[in-house]
Design a protein around this ligand. Structure first.
Ligand code: FMN
Length: 385
C-alpha cells in the first residue's frame, strides 16, 4: 500500500487478539503498523506483534522486490511493535538498527541472544539521518508512554512517524469513526502522561506535517488540525464535550434505580448528554473514556464491608491514576446500616487537582424513598446549572 510514491505501508491487522495490552476489548481488532521508505538507504520503520512475523516479512519482501534494507528504525520497544527485531535481523542480517540509547538498553533485555555488533546506530535527540532523498530527524518523546519512545520526522515528504501517538484501537480493514476509538485508546493507554504529550505537541507544532504515520490506526492525511486539537484537549485534561457520566455499582438494584432516576431527570432537564454505566457489566475503558470526555461525573455505589463496591474502587483508581482533574463530581451512596461509600470515594480523589464536589448528593438507606428522589432532583438541578 502506497502512502506516498516512496513510503509504503507494511503493517498487519490482528483480529485474533482477545484483549489488547492484556485488558482492552478491541471489537474491531487492532492494527500494528510498520512502514518502508524506499530510497538509496532503504529504511523500515518499526516491526509488528510476535503473531504476525511471516505476514509482515512477506509484506516487506514484496515492497523490497529483491533489494536490501539499510536501516531498521525502532521508535518504541513495546512488544506489539518491537517483537520482530531479532527475526528481521535474521532475515536481513546486513541491516543497521537505528535507535536511541534507552531503546538499545531495552533491546538487550528483550533479545539477550541478539548480537548487533557494529550494526547499531545510536541517535541523539534532534539528530538527523539522510537516506538519500529523504531525511529523518529523531525527536525523543519520553513517557509517551514509555521512557525510550521517539518519533521521527521525514522532512522531504513532511511525514511524522508518531509512534503510539495518534494511534487508535481497530484494524484497518474495518471502517469506523476515528475519535471514539482513538479517545478510548489515548485515555486508557497514554492518559496518565498528559504533560509529556503536551511537550511533544509543542515540538510537533514547529514542524510542517502533511502526513501522520502512527503505529496503530489509519495513516492521517487530511484535516490534521482536528486530530492535533483532540490530542491537545485530551493531554491538557480539558473538558471535551458538555455532559454527565453516571457510573454505578449495585448488587440488589436500589443504587441502580437511583442512578437511572437521576439520568432520567437530567434528560428531562435537557442535559446535552447523559452516559450511564453499570460498572460491573460495561467495558470499563469506555466509562473511563467518557469520564474524561465530559465535564461532570456522578459516582453511585452501595457500601460494601465499609468500602465502596469493588468495581467502583477499581473505576476510581483508573480515573485517579490517569490524573483525573478539572471536573465536577457528585455522589450517590447506599448502605443498610452505615453508608460509607461516599466518604471513601471522596478520599480517593484527595490528591486530584481541581475537583469540584457537588453540594447536593444522595444517601440511600437500602431502598430509594421520597427524600432520595428530592435529593436526586436537587443533584439534577445543580448538574444542569
Ligand atoms: C457483602 C455485603 C457487605 C455490605 N456491607 C455494608 C456496610 O459495610 N455498610 C452498610 O451500611 N451496608 C452494607 N451492605 C448493605 C448494602 O450496602 C445495602 O443493602 C445496599 O442497599 C445495597 O444496595 P443495592 O441494592 O444497590 O445493591 C453490605 C451488603 C453486602 C451484600
Amino acid at each position: 500500500m502506497f502512502i506516498t510514491d516512496s513510503i509504503f505501508y507494511v503493517g498487519v491487522n490482528d483480529h485474533q487478539v482477545d484483549l489488547f495490552e492484556g485488558q482492552y476489548d478491541v471489537p474491531n481488532g487492532m492494527a500494528y503498523n510498520s512502514y518502508v521508505i524506499m530510497d538509496e538507504k532503504i529504511t523500515v520503520m518499526d516491526t509488528v506483534d510476535a503473531h504476525f512475523t511471516e505476514e509482515w516479512l512477506g509484506n516487506i519482501a514484496k515492497v523490497l522486490d529483491g533489494k536490501k534494507p539499510s536501516y531498521l528504525v525502532v521508535q518504541h520497544m513495546e512488544p506489539d511493535h518491537a517483537a520482530n527485531i531479532h527475526n528481521f535481523m535474521k532475515a536481513y542480517p546486513e541491516t543497521t538498527v537505528v535507535a536511541n540509547a534507552k531503546t538499545f538498553g531495552m533491546m538487550k533485555n528483550f533479545f539477550p541472544d541478539m548480537e548487533l555488533g557494529d550494526q547499531k546506530l545510536e541517535v541523539k535527540n534532534g539528530e538527523s539521518l539522510s537516506l538519500g532523498t529523504h531525511t529523518l530527524t529523531f525527536v525523543f518523546a519520553p513517557m509517551v508512554h514509555w521512557p525510550e519512545v521517539m518519533v521521527t520526522y521525514e522532512s522531504t515528504e513532511k511525514v511524522l512517524f508518531s509512534a503510539d501517538g495518534f494511534g487508535k484501537f481497530g484494524a484497518l480493514d474495518v471502517e469506523e469513526d476515528w475519535d471514539c476509538e482513538a479517545r478510548r485508546y489515548y485515555i486508557g493507554i497514554v492518559g496518565k502522561y498528559g504533560a509529556p504529550v503536551q511537550t511533544l505537541l509543542k515540538k510537533a507544532a514547529a514542524l510542517d506535517i502533511q502526513i501522520i504515520c502512527p503505529l496503530h490506526g489509519p495513516v492521517l492525511t487530511e484535516d490534521l488540525g482536528h486530530y492535533i486539537e483532540k490530542y491537545d484537549i485530551w493531554s491538557s485534561y480539558k473538558v471535551e464535550s458538555e455532559g454527565v457520566v453516571i457510573a454505578y455499582a449495585s448488587v440488589y438494584g436500589n443504587t441502580k434505580k437511583a442512578a437511572e432516576i437521576l439520568a432520567q431527570k437530567l434528560e428531562e432537564k435537557g442535559c446535552p448528554k447523559v452516559s450511564l454505566f453499570d460498572l460491573a457489566r460495561c467495558d470499563m475503558a469506555e466509562a473511563v473514556e467518557d469520564s474524561f470526555r465530559y465535564g461532570k461525573l456522578v459516582l453511585a455505589s452501595l457500601t460494601y464491608n465499609g468500602e465502596a463496591f469493588p468495581f467502583m474502587r477499581t473505576f476510581v483508581d483508573e480515573l485517579v491514576e490517569r490524573n483525573y482533574q478539572n471536573r465536577t463530581i457528585g455522589i450517590i451512596e447506599n448502605g443498610s446500616w452505615a453508608p460509607m461509600a461516599g466518604k471513601v470515594i471522596k478520599a480517593k480523589f484527595e490528591k486530584s487537582k481541581n475537583i469540584t464536589w457537588l453540594e447536593n448528593n444522595c444517601t440511600i438507606m437500602s431502598a430509594v424513598k421520597d427524600e432520595n428522589i428530592q435529593q436526586l432532583e436537587a443533584m439534577a438541578e445543580e448538574l444542569c446549572k
